[in-house]
Design a protein around this ligand. Structure first.
Ligand SMILES: NC(=O)c1ccc[n+]([C@@H]2O[C@H](COP(=O)([O-])OP(=O)(O)OC[C@H]3O[C@@H](n4cnc5c(N)ncnc54)[C@H](O)[C@@H]3O)[C@@H](O)[C@H]2O)c1
Length: 425
């Protein structure tokens, strides 16, 4: 395995590899040689789904935590080579595509470097940590003619595709309100999920932090729970919100809201996390209002995605969708008549179809279901919700310029500096 040397180079530009692979014509039976970067909970889930596909040949697994790297290698029955520095992995010429499943603060750096090294990328959601990172990811994908799929697997679920098509065809009438949320009770807080014994040689903390500011090792910040710290993620807004708001935006069929208004904070949880335990955000689209709710201190239906139409209301979840008709009073009588037929469709697996869609697009060079630009737009929606919540004021959004008009302070939040020596693209 390559050693823990400090590398002075912070961006990778394997230009020769890029030109060659962009012009490659893929045959239906060609093998796709893959690497995994970030072999944690989700990375290994993704890896398992990719490894089930007949054309996938595992080449490399990279993680800064020994135990996770070894588990990722074990899934390949020892066929993949181990790496601790993703820059070394990206230099390997026998890798066509990579999965990026490190924490969110790494997504942009790794995706841009992978595109510049001529690899296609399956990057976990949320696409980015900050708005301006996402635009650079889109640019890197386009500049290198790469297929980049966000890990928003709901976009490939047959029942999600069917539901969006039904709504677009007017089945539930005109849609002017969508309600999305995630509710559970984790009071008084979450626990460290690994490495509670402290930092050991088993984890390279400096390389885990990467572009984030230097802080002493903290087992709670690290595996899984990075989600609750602003330097690495955006809380439930970018965890579950990234999934449900992605579908809401798909239904609305607009790139971005025009205004965003959020409220919330970490009011009650006492675990040291930073992101809100209660949060409510309202998005104004042209003729639709979309709301997001996080509740970590009160039980409720665990997940919500309700789409209110003038003829019916659809509840759309991973388990399936149900449409409940609206009713209208019969003229001159008390009886209320349904405006449409009720409907219920069961959900099926989302993950394998999303992985399949990525592999098919690697070969066809078509845009994948959750193309990088769509992933970016949905991540922007999440980030604006968080910025508005943290600043405590409503924000307007100029989607063409990707700026918050007339609000210098808020624009400052669209990107924050990386810790040296890390630079994006
Ligand atoms: N699509 C989904 O349904 C879904 C579900 C869960 C998580 N996710 C996403 O997957 C990502 C990972 O989440 P997780 O729950 O697996 O977290 P995790 O903490 O279990 O895994 C992250 C892994 O990345 C490793 N890592 C950190 N820095 C690295 C670096 N510089 N190089 C290589 N590896 C590095 C960590 O050591 C860890 O093993 C997040 O962005 C999350 O939002 C998506």
């Amino acid at each position: 395995m390559e050693t823990r040397r400090a590398f002075s180079r912070t961006t990778i530009a394997a230009a020769a590899g890029t030109a060659l692979s962009a012009s490659r014509v893929w045959g239906a039976n060609d093998r796709i040689r893959m690497g995994l970067i970030g072999s944690g909970g989700r990375g290994r889930e993704d890896w398992g789904n990719f490894l089930k596909q007949p054309e996938v040949e595992p080449v490399a697994v990279c993680d800064v935590y020994d135990a996770h790297r070894e588990q990722g290698i074990a899934l390949t029955e020892g066929r993949a080579r181990p790496f601790q520095d993703f820059r070394r992995l990206l230099e390997e010429k026998d890798i066509d595509a990579v999965i990026v499943a490190a924490p969110d603060h790494w997504h942009a750096l790794m995706t841009v470097a992978a595109c510049d090294a001529g690899k296609d990328v399956y990057c976990e959601k949320p696409l980015s940590l900050m708005v301006q990172e996402g635009r650079k990811m889109v640019d890197a994908a386009h500049r290198n003619r790469r297929v980049v799929q966000a890990g928003s697997q709901q976009r490939s679920g047959a029942h999600y595709i069917q539901a969006v098509e039904l709504i677009r065809n007017g089945r539930i009438g005109e849609v002017h309100r969508i309600e999305a949320g995630m509710q559970r009770n984790v009071f008084p807080g979450l626990k460290p999920t690994a490495l509670a014994g402290g930092l050991t040689a088993a984890l390279d903390w400096n390389m885990w932090l990467g572009p984030a500011k230097e802080v002493p090792f903290d087992p709670f910040r690290c595996i899984y729970n990075f989600r609750w710290f602003w330097d690495y993620s955006g809380g439930q807004m970018t965890n579950w919100g990234a999934h449900h708001l992605d579908i809401a935006r798909w239904i609305v069929n607009e790139a971005a809201p025009s205004t965003v208004s959020g409220a919330g904070d970490r009011f009650a949880l006492t675990d040291g996390g930073e992101t809100p335990d209660i949060q409510q955000v309202t998005y104004r689209f042209n003729k639709t209002v979309v709301t997001w709710t996080t509740s970590e201190i009160g039980e409720g239906d665990p997940l919500t995605l309700n789409i209110y139409g003038t003829k019916g209301m659809m509840t759309l979840l991973r388990s399936g969708f149900k449409i409940k008709p609206e009713t209208m009073a019969k003229p001159g009588g008390k009886e209320r008549l349904p405006l449409m037929d009720a409907m219920e469709v069961k959900g099926a697996d989302l993950n394998v179809p999303h992985v399949r869609n990525f592999l098919d697009c690697v070969k066809s060079r078509q845009k994948p279901n959750a193309d990088v630009e769509e992933g970016h737009r949905t991540a922007v929606m999440c980030h604006l919700g968080n910025i508005s919540t943290r600043l405590g004021r409503t924000l307007a959004w100029d989607a063409a310029q990707e700026r918050i008009p007339g609000d210098a302070e808020a624009n400052h939040w669209l990107m924050k500096p990386y810790r040296a020596p890390w630079k994006l693209g």
